[in-house]
Design a protein around this ligand. Structure first.
Ligand code: COA
Length: 159
């Protein structure tokens, strides 16, 4: 289930950002004590920010936000999809199901707007997920010392 983030998700959010597996292609994990100190008790809530809930527990996050300057110029200002799941929830198809549902929500809210996605090409499960969701390659580029993939999705894929 996709739902708004809640205070009870805090431990899962800390785990996501402190996990070495989750951080492998995202610049590495963040120190747990720093996260414990800095993460607010009540998480940010806004349209496009989803907690993925499995039987009452948070297993991941799906985020749709406006791309800032971290991708190629062509992507700036477009809606960007991001996803993070706890390693124990990998390999069951939950990420694909949750991201497809978030894209379905997006297309109802903002019909006709494309969605962009960036991921390291070395991040094989993320590359597979992007392809499964219907993202197509725009370009590859170098950033943060690694090859990055810039993909785009549009409503043409949403039916
Ligand atoms: C990227 C990430 C979300 C992918 O998670 P995932 O669980 O591998 O992705 P999916 O939901 O697509 O599940 C895929 C696997 O589940 C398995 N699966 C089992 N039952 C399934 C079902 N009913 N439907 C679909 N897949 C199923 C398959 O083995 C499938 O693998 P395949 O794509 O090789 O066939 C996860 O690795 C992650 O959180 N990584 C860390 C964060 C990260 O790097 N994010 C990218 C930022 S750009």
């Amino acid at each position: 289930m996709l739902r708004a983030p809640e205070a009870r998700d805090r431990a899962a959010f800390i785990e996501l950002l402190a996990s070495p597996e989750v951080g492998t292609y995202l610049g590495g994990p963040r120190p747990r004590d720093e996260l414990e100190r800095e993460m607010p008790g009540a998480p940010e809530r806004r349209a496009g920010l989803f907690t993925v809930d499995l039987d009452g527990a948070a297993i991941g996050q799906v985020i749709l936000s406006r791309a800032t300057g971290h991708g190629p110029p062509a992507a700036a200002g477009k809606a960007e999809l991001g996803y993070l799941f706890l390693p124990g929830a990998w390999g069951f198809g939950y990420a694909a199901e949750a991201c497809a549902a978030a894209l379905g929500w997006f297309v109802r809210e903002l019909p006709g707007e494309p969605v962009v996605l960036f991921t390291q090409t070395a991040n094989a499960s993320s590359m597979r997920l992007a392809a499964k969701l219907g993202f197509t390659e725009v370009e590859r580029y170098e950033a943060y010392g690694a090859e990055q993939w810039f993909g785009i999705w549009s409503t043409a894929h949403a039916t």
